[in-house]
Ligand binder design. Structure first.
Ligand code: ADP
Length: 664
């Protein structure tokens, strides 16, 4: 509930609209109760066949006659001597009752007297025309009520959509700051589901809260007030079952909230499976894993179905249960009211119900108002269910917003040295999970302008090591420094501006080649883009092979280009950013031999005047290195030039031989 309250607090930013919502709801409720109460004069006129003017005159005369009769009865009882014992006690009790009855008659007569001049002046004298007049008035009132209802819906929707918009924006901004580790395939699916399914649930919950949860009780209250005017004690008597209804709604609401939470979890699992399968469709088909994926999907989808059925069960249960209780209320009123009217009684089982016997039209009006109360009460069960969905969704959305990124900005950032003198890994340890160290005591110092190649078997921690530079992760012990400044003391934005990164996973966006190269350097002109593409040996294929040159849209993830073409565009992007530290992680792995030679030349020029760290298996790339670091099991096993390593490092020789054999 705490999280749902936070969503409500967001909605309070739109206070004025909410005030509008409340006013519209109030007016709709008044018209709703008023319209049902309007049945009373129609029935009165229709049953008695008299115009309302005659009814008013009769009613005043009847009330006056009745008042006179009660007054004389009061006078008679007042004459009973106080010493008369039991008779005096009965007389005193009757007197109290008669006084109340007299007041009720006088109040009724006063109301009708107050109405008389209006009725005489505005209502037709003919009974049928009076009915027509009232029906027209009711229709007009309904039209006005519906206009307010329309305004109410629009205002509620505005608040809800604005809250969803704000939350979506906040979530997205937050996600952009999250650690990269949060974004596995499963995780991506689950997060996507927060953006659509959960936000939808939350919006629906808020919509019901500000819409129906306000409107329906107001409608019920308007009818209850009307019914209380007719006979408040009979109303209380009829509401005997209300606490039971409240208890039932509460119990079911809890179960529905639980079911909703589980359903949302299952849905996000489903999104995870879908996202993984769609992203890896090529692998799925290549390894003929369709059956496995079908089964996996079936399992998760079935779990979703079961949860959905559970929600359906609880909400289907709650509707008839509340309806039964509502009807119970009407039935109690029906029996009690019928008893009072048929016997012209004012008491049931000795309990006073009304001060003056009810008329049939008044009782019909009372029933109408009770039904007018039970209808919103019935709808309220739906409302409670929907709100519980919103509560469950809020419990999934807000914790995501509260999750703090581990990579935080420094409180007092220092200025990055440009150019720096040295990049130092100072006794760096790192792990993803505490029991599996990935980097152990890395000590490495790279001079500005140096090109360092890192080689080592798969999984030895090369990528993890270079990911420490743009601070995708922070070391768990030791520090990475630029000169004497710990990277954690630099503003992330400044640090990441210094670092250019091209990896195998470097992403191309579904946009033009031009915009993809310019990504990260929005000020670059077309000339700059072309120059960068030329240096990355991408210009020729862009002009010759792509139908619209730099304006060609590359497709989602760049899937309309070959792997080598994608890598060259990624390289051009890094070149355009002109970073002080260039990181290449197997960045040329998919480039063919001929292009590689050209790129080799370009890279040779490009790495001048900047620090370059290159993870590679390619012999040609190793040529660029001033020094080569050999990594093994999270440690730097050796460090030196190619010749030194060939001489003294067994692991390097092995890696080198494998490469030689592959390229031979
Ligand atoms: P390399 O680049 O040398 O192939 P990596 O740096 O990618 O190696 O991985 C080093 C080790 O860290 C591997 O054992 C890998 O399983 C593990 N690893 C890599 N990324 C993660 C991650 N996000 N969460 C947990 N473990 C990871």
């Amino acid at each position: 509930m705490k999280n749902f309250l936070r969503a409500i607090r967001l909605a309070l930013h739109y206070r004025l609209t909410l005030v509008g919502v409340f006013c519209c709801s109030l007016l709709v409720a008044v018209f709703w109760g008023g319209n049902i109460g309007g049945v009373y004069p129609i029935v009165e006129v229709a049953i008695r066949g008299k115009p309302l003017q005659a009814w008013v005159t009769d009613e005043i005369a009847r009330a006056d006659a009745k008042s006179a009769e009660i007054r004389s009865e009061i006078e008679r009882l007042q004459r009973v001597p106080a010493e008369a014992g039991a008779a005096a006690e009965t007389a005193a009790r009757d007197l109290a009752f008669l006084h109340r009855r007299l007041q009720a008659e006088q109040a009724a007569s006063a109301t009708v007297r107050w109405l008389k001049p209006w009725i005489d002046r505005y209502l037709p004298a003919d009974p049928f025309r009076t009915v027509v007049w009232i029906v027209v008035a009711l229709m007009a009132a309904t039209t006005i009520k519906d206009s307010f209802l329309f305004a109410n819906h629009m205002l509620v929707e505005r608040v809800v959509q604005m809250v969803a918009f704000d939350l979506r924006r906040q979530l997205y901004h937050h996600m952009l700051r999250m650690d990269l580790g949060e974004f596995g395939e499963q995780r991506t699916g689950s997060m996507m589901s927060r953006f659509n399914v959960d936000l939808d649930y939350l919006s629906r919950g808020l919509n019901l809260l500000f819409g129906r949860a306000v409107l329906e009780p107001l409608k019920a209250v308007a009818c209850l007030i009307g019914a209380a005017f007719v006979c408040w004690r009979l109303l209380l008597f009829s509401l005997l079952l209300a606490p039971l209804a409240g208890f039932l709604i509460r119990t079911l609401a809890r179960s529905i909230k639980r079911a909703n939470r589980r359903a949302l979890e299952e849905t996000s699992q489903l999104m995870g499976v879908l996202s993984e399968a769609f992203h890896g469709m090529q692998t799925v088909q290549a390894f003929t894993m369709e059956k496995y994926e079908r089964n996996r999907f079936h399992r998760v989808s079935k779990a979703c179905l079961q949860k959905a059925m559970k929600i359906a069960l609880y909400s289907s249960l709650s509707k008839p249960a509340v309806e039964m209780l509502g009807l119970g209320m009407v039935f109690i009123a029906l029996i009690a009211g019928a008893y009072l009217v048929l016997n012209q009684a004012t008491h049931i089982l000795g309990i006073p119900m009304c001060d003056r016997p009810l008329s049939i039209p008044a009782l019909l009006c009372f029933y109408g108002l009770l039904i007018g109360t039970s209808d919103p009460a019935r709808k309220l069960s739906d409302v409670v269910n929907g709100i519980q969905g919103g509560v469950a969704a809020a419990d999934r959305i807000f914790p995501l917003l509260d999750r703090q990124p581990k990579i935080v900005e420094p409180e007092h950032p220092r200025t990055a040295p440009r150019p720096h003198r040295q990049l130092v890994f100072d006794h760096v340890d790192f792990h993803y999970t505490p029991d599996q160290p990935v980097l152990r005591d890395i000590q490495l110092s790279i001079e500005f302008g140096e090109t360092l190649c890192i080689v080592g078997p798969n999984g030895c921690g090369k990528t993890t090591l270079i990911n420490l530079l743009p601070r995708f992760h922070d070391p768990v012990a030791g520090a990475v420094r630029l000169d004497d400044i710990d990277l954690r003391q630099l503003r992330l934005r400044d640090l990441r501006r210094l670092v250019g990164m091209v990896t195998q996973q470097t992403m191309l966006f579904d946009d033009t080649v031009y915009n993809n190269v310019r990504y990260g350097s929005p000020q670059a002109s077309l000339e700059d883009v072309v120059a960068a593409a030329q240096r990355a040996h991408a210009h020729h294929f862009i002009m010759d092979k792509l139908e619209r040159g730099y304006d060609t849209v590359v497709g989602p993830g760049g899937n309309r280009l070959s792997g080598g073409q994608r890598q060259r565009i990624a390289l051009a992007r890094a070149i355009l950013r002109d970073p002080d530290i260039l990181i290449l992680d197997e960045a040329t792995s998919q480039i063919d031999i001929e292009s590689e030679q050209q790129i080799h030349l370009a890279m040779e020029q490009f790495v001048q005047g900047r620090t370059a760290i290159i993870i590679t298996h390619r012999l040609a790339t190793l040529d660029l290195a001033d020094r080569i670091a050999v990594m093994e099991s999270g440690r730097i096993a050796d460090l030196g030039t190619h010749d030194e390593l060939i001489r003294r490092c067994e692991l390097y020789r092995r890696l080198y031989d494998v490469q030689l054999r592959q390229t031979a």
